[in-house]
Write a protein that binds this ligand. Structure first.
Ligand code: GDP
Ligand code: GDP
Length: 455
């Protein structure tokens, strides 16, 4: 590295920054209007989680990446509020439940000016039951005079209330320090510890594509009692299913079966639940209704899985209903609408007839294998050397930026850091990704490539 003009510390820093696996998840929960979205904006440091788009407007972006004091994590915002659907208490409970499920730690936001309400108490009960670390945020403490209001919130029994003004930023830094103490380095409960345990699969897709039918079909008579499997923690929303001679953990299946939140207008819950399932899973099987045109909603769900960095399988359901013409158009639609996941293995199934159910497991295994692939540094650099020699970066301003060397910093999904002598254009980055895929496979997995430029 030294002779290429990078100092060792820079190289190691870049590798470490890129090498993280799945990030721990922080959920921000609380009643409507206590300031959750405002706080999320503070935490992520940009105005992406829109505060103005409420009430009652559907929002499908629920997770964001954030960084504080050099640590990265994800934030789940539950501010997308749909109170008509279930009534206030049930709605708050439902959204909090999903978010807490997926989280490694929770920030519970209470409006200190209002004090604790019955709805707040209901959320406290949920938090107790879940047993996740909680940081209590006493929001809307805009100045010193509000601190007394915050102190009243000791009564919730969640420990110290942290007085914060999400709007002005007062106290948010101290609170985030506490959050980092509560948040594990990695989402250990869901990754890492379960070595050799069942792989975690999220079966996701928009309403009516056939998720529950597929689940019933694959579970069939083979359903296993969770407690009988050694070394697994019991989670009532997950289901162990025997498939292809192996046991798989289908996460959040209760949400698929129960469907209480899938009434009209409840798109937001569907998004939140999808995000929660994706966070808990290693591989996402996105089910798409092949009989209908691929919709924006289908695309969003695929994007969610890709952005979360999970392995991905695309399953086209209701194949029994397709005629020649529809099959033709479907292929065109897949090319134009799902190009972002062209690398995902694909299965054409029918939950009704059982068609191609046996292909599901090989596809999932392929995707997981791609997700875990590690390319040895020697092999990667031999490949990069040949690639750069045969297809140099275009000359810009009389200079030719070059990829000098690279390394794979992590897996799940594969993450690469490339070190370059100058700015590498987006087109060339895409070219490198394409060639990496051709050379090393990576079927069924997103890959991340970051480029470090020599100072
Ligand atoms: P959510 O429904 O919990 O996501 O709440 P929002 O983030 O949308 O905030 C609800 C209202 O409270 C908005 O009008 C915010 O501007 C306001 N708000 C949020 N945080 C603070 C704060 O720290 N101080 C004051 N005074 N108002 C706040
Ligand atoms: P979910 O909302 O995604 O769980 O979808 P469901 O499993 O409830 O299925 C929605 C509808 O599609 C139901 O009427 C199912 O009977 C039907 N359906 C599901 N899978 C298939 C399939 O493979 N072929 C056909 N023809 N219909 C299906």
């Amino acid at each position: 590295a030294a002779e290429e003009g990078f100092d060792l510390e820079d190289v190691e820093g870049a590798i470490e920054a890129a090498g993280h696996g799945p990030l721990p998840v922080l959920a921000v929960v609380g009643r409507p209007n206590v300031g959750k979205s405002t706080l999320v904006n503070r935490i992520i440091g940009r105005r992406e989680a829109v505060v103005e788009d409420k009430p009652g407007v559907t929002r499908d972006r629920v997770t964001y990446e954030a960084e504080w004091a050099g640590r990265r994590f994800k934030v789940v915002d539950t501010g997308g509020w749909e109170q008509d659907v279930l009534g206030i208490d049930a709605s708050v409970a439902a959204q909090a439940e999903y978010a807490i499920e997926a989280a490694d730690a929770v920030v519970f936001v209470v409006d200190a000016k209002v004090g604790a309400t019955d709805t707040d108490e209901a959320v406290v009960r949920l938090l107790r039951k879940a047993g996740k670390p909680v940081v209590l945020c006493a929001n809307k403490v805009d100045g010193p005079s509000g601190e007394a209001d915050a102190a009243y919130l000791w009564s919730l029994g969640l420990g110290e209330p942290h007085p914060v003004s999400a709007l002005h930023g007062r106290g948010t830094g101290d609170m985030l320090d506490k959050v980092l103490e509560a948040l594990p380095e990695a989402p250990a409960q869901r990754f890492g510890t379960a070595v050799g345990g069942p792989r975690r699969v999220a079966l996701i897709g928009r309403p009516n594509v056939g998720k529950s039918s597929l689940l019933n079909k694959v579970a069939g008579e083979e359903r296993v009692v969770v407690n009988e499997i050694a070394g697994t923690t019991r989670d009532p929303v997950d289901e162990m299913i025997e498939l292809g001679g192996k046991t798989w953990k289908f996460v959040d299946t209760a949400g698929i079966r129960k469907r209480v939140h899938l009434q009209q207008g409840a798109d937001y819950y569907a998004s939140l639940r999808t995000a929660a399932a994706v966070e808990k899973a290693e591989v996402a099987v996105v089910l798409i209704d092949a009989a209908e045109s691929i919709s924006v909603q289908d695309q969003r769900i695929v994007t969610m899985a890709v952005e979360a960095g999970r392995a991905l399988v695309l399953a086209f359901n209701k194949w029994d209903t397709l005629d020649e013409e529809r099959r033709y158009y479907l292929e065109r639609e897949i090319e134009t609408e799902l190009g972002q996941a062209a690398w995902a293995p694909r299965v054409n199934v029918s939950a009704r007839t059982g068609r191609h159910m046996e292909k599901l497991v090989p596809a999932i295994e392929t995707a997981l294998a791609g997700w875990e692939t590690r390319v040895p540094t020697g092999r990667l650099n031999a490949f990069l050397g040949e690639l750069v020699a045969a297809h140099p970066h275009p000359v810009r301003g009389g200079k030719q930026p070059r990829i000098l060397f690279g390394t794979q910093a992590g897996t799940k999904p594969p993450r690469f850091v490339l070190f370059a002598s100058g700015f590498i254009e987006a087109g060339y980055r895409r070219f490198i990704e394409r060639r990496l895929r051709e050379e090393f496979g990576f079927e069924g997995t997103p890959i991340h490539i970051s480029v470090r430029v020599r100072e």
